[in-house]
Design a protein around this ligand. Structure first.
Ligand code: 0RA
Length: 660
């Protein structure tokens, strides 16, 4: 035992105590996110071993009592006696802060982990933890309680296996965390992501807590190339397979997979640094964008795809339909931004830029057809942007004439303060008639919309603007509230405070809306559902900020009127009807009227059931999970039939969205 042992021992205890006192400092929080983070911290070590080329399989099991087991077939954490500390290296790793996995100079290029805190933090926050190391034909075992070893490391016998690896099992300390129920979905999603990011590694996930165990095996030999393909699964790719760029320089590794899709105008950038999702982007994304724009312009100019010397493709032109996964690995990642998910290392921009420039230039020369397809798409985007700008200028000039250009069909309200006002988007003229009579004209406006509005998923903004119903809708609610219709759209404000920006954007949107509540009021039948989906798609695609501002609602008209003697009752869905019938008994003298459309209700009834703020229920449309909503819209409205069918079959019974 070294002379330093006692001093070191005290340091270890102090370290563990610090972690237990302020867990949030090490794992972010003691809520669900922090709890799940424990698993990722342990998994990261195995992934590092895989990245170093020594491990092919990682198993993650959630056992019935929320004990987590992570095993790998790597070299096994070293058990030789640590020179300074006089205990096996594995004990040092398990008990010393910032010693996890990162044995400098032993071939470890990068180390993951959101906070990169190491497995000792998991140990400190566990009721108990065991580590087993299989190497040199032996199996070593050590157990800890709240981070402190029960006893010196021992060997378990008999062990005859020739396999190697590390097995960590731990039970989180219930006195530290809000609760210790790991989230299957979050862990499942992250493990799949890790499998995409670390190609070839097999990750087996099992959740044994339910009656039926849940098992998944992830292994993607295409790495992030498979990831992009997965993102675009239900879309139509402009070309396959995705463009794949890989390069390493000094201690930087850059991996990028690019694909464009048709009939989809948003861009999807999914970026990572050291396997950590950088939601706010950063220097790696900036370097990519610059290089993409430059390479495509060079190609377009060289082959005279852009005529005029002064003509250029802008970054915006090249964004439409772009899906890209960017993964960089580096020694000292700096995370910045609101949520610390923005890569800040300034040298990375130039490195990624020059690597993409080099790789993509070679690619476009070797694959001119693909390059031309991308450039054509960007040229169309450019023309559309120009056409939209003109259309919008026209619209703006019209709106400056104030209410005279409001659509003739709009029955406006008298109050001029948008904060008090609501507009009901109503399907058809007959329902529109009832709504007009039933409303409170002081603050409620009615805009009847005719027929199937338009399949907005497929249409571009310029075509959408040519549709009269949509133009009416936009003019009625206030064209200036829709950023796609404003002159300048600012992308990626570089250094500014993002939260403050979001806040001021909302204020700006509300300031430009003519009504702070926009209510979709459609029939409770299939056609009504269709129109509602079309409208939601329109708002989602082209006026997302209105949803974000919380200004979009869905009215809830009743499905039935049940009369019993002189009393009457409105019922809003089949389940409620069933319950009511159970309650009153089926043989009672009941009159049940089913409303087929809003038009069947007299104006008083419509007011009473659906429009009166004192009695109605409005569903506020949220963008809680824009990514999920986006997927659903694409599947439901897109070109491909198979994913739509599969989706509907999968969710027919559960999902509320289809029926929203
Ligand atoms: C440092 C050196 C060696 C292996 C590891 C760390 C290692 C750590 C973890 C954590 C989870 N699983 C792991 N597997 C390996 C290599 C030692 C040697 O030379 O054999």
């Amino acid at each position: 035992m070294s002379q330093n042992y006692v001093a070191d021992d005290i340091k270890v205890l102090e370290g563990l105590e610090a972690v237990r006192k302020r867990p949030g400092m090490y794992i972010g929080s003691t809520s669900k996110a922090g709890l799940n983070h424990l698993v990722f911290e342990v998994v990261d070590n195995s992934i590092d071993e895989a990245m170093a080329g020594y491990c092919t399989v990682v198993h993650v099991v959630i056992e019935p009592d929320n004990v987590v087991m992570v095993s790998d077939n790597g070299r096994g954490i070293p058990i030789d006696i640590h020179k300074e500390k006089g205990v096996p290296a594995v004990e040092v790793v398990m008990t010393t802060l910032h010693a996890g996995g990162k044995f400098e100079g032993k071939g470890y290029k990068v180390s993951g982990g959101l906070h990169g805190v190491g497995v000792s933090v998991v140990n400190a926050l566990s009721d108990w933890l065991t580590v087993e190391v299989k190497r040199d034909g032996k199996c070593y075992l050590q157990r800890y309680q709240k981070g402190i070893p029960d006893a010196p490391i021992g060997t378990t016998s008999p062990y005859t296996g020739s396999d190697r690896g590390t097995i960590v099992r731990f039970k989180p300390d219930a006195t530290i965390f809000d609760d210790i129920d790991f989230s299957m979905d979050v862990i499942d999603h992250r493990l799949r992501e890790l499998a995409f990011l670390n190609k070839g590694v097999r990750i087996v996930f099992e959740d044994r807590r339910g009656d039926e165990p849940y098992t998944q095996t992830y292994q993607f030999d295409g790495g992030i190339k498979s990831y992009v393909a997965h993102i675009n699964e239900s879309k139509e790719a402009l070309f396959t397979p995705p463009i794949y760029l890989f390069n390493e320089r000094d201690l930087y590794e850059v991996e990028i997979a690019i694909q464009y899709v048709n009939d989809y105008y948003d861009e999807q950038v999914v970026s990572f640094a050291n396997n950590i999702r950088t939601k706010e982007g950063g220097t790696h994304v900036a370097g990519f964008r610059t290089a993409l724009t430059r390479v495509m312009n060079n190609f377009a100019r060289k082959y005279e795809l852009i005529k005029d010397k002064s003509e250029v493709l802008t970054g915006n032109d090249l964004r439409e339909g772009l899906s890209v996964v960017i993964s960089v690995k580096l020694r000292n990642p700096q995370f910045e931004g609101q949520t610390k998910t923005k890569l800040g290392n300034s040298e990375v921009k130039g490195i990624v830029d020059s690597m993409v420039d080099e790789g993509l230039s070679l690619f476009v020369e070797a694959n001119p057809k693909i390059a031309r397809a991308i450039i054509n798409k960007a040229l169309i985007a450019q023309r559309v942007r120009e056409a939209t700008r003109k259309a919008q200028e026209l619209a703006r000039r019209k709106t400056s004439l104030e209410s005279t250009t409001l659509p003739g069909k709009l029955a406006d309200c008298s109050d001029r303060d948008p904060a008090n006002c609501e507009v009901f988007l109503v399907e058809g003229d007959s329902a529109g008639g009832s709504a007009k009579q039933g409303r409170d004209r002081n603050f409620q406006a009615i805009l009847p919309l005719r027929g199937k509005v338009l399949n907005v998923e497929k249409a571009r903004l310029d075509k959408i603007l040519a549709n009269e119903e949509i133009r009416n809708l936009i003019t009625a609610i206030g064209p200036e509230a829709i950023s796609g219709l404003r002159e300048t759209t600012t992308f990626e404000l570089d250094s500014a405070d993002d939260a403050a920006n979001a806040e001021s954007n909302l204020k700006e949107v509300l300031a430009k809306l003519r009504y702070h509540k926009i209510v979709i009021m459609t029939d409770a039948d299939v056609d009504g559902a269709h129109i509602r989906t079309l409208l939601l798609t329109f708002f989602f695609r082209h006026a997302r900020e209105i949803i974000e501002a919380g200004a979009l609602y869905i009215a809830q008209p009743p499905l039935y009127l049940v009369k019993k003697g002189s009393s009457k009752r409105y019922i809003y869905n089949d389940k409620a009807l069933e319950e009511y019938l159970q309650e009153v008994g089926r043989d009672a003298n009941l009159g049940i009227q089913r409303y087929k459309g809003l038009g069947e209700m007299n104006p008083d009834q419509l007011w009473e059931t659906t429009m009166d703020p004192a009695k109605r229920t409005l569903l506020q449309v949220t963008l809680d999970d824009a990514e999920a909503a986006d997927e659903i819209f694409t599947i439901l409205m897109g070109n491909k039939v198979d994913p739509r069918k599969a989706f509907i079959e999968k969710y027919a019974k559960t999902v509320r969205w289809i029926d929203v």
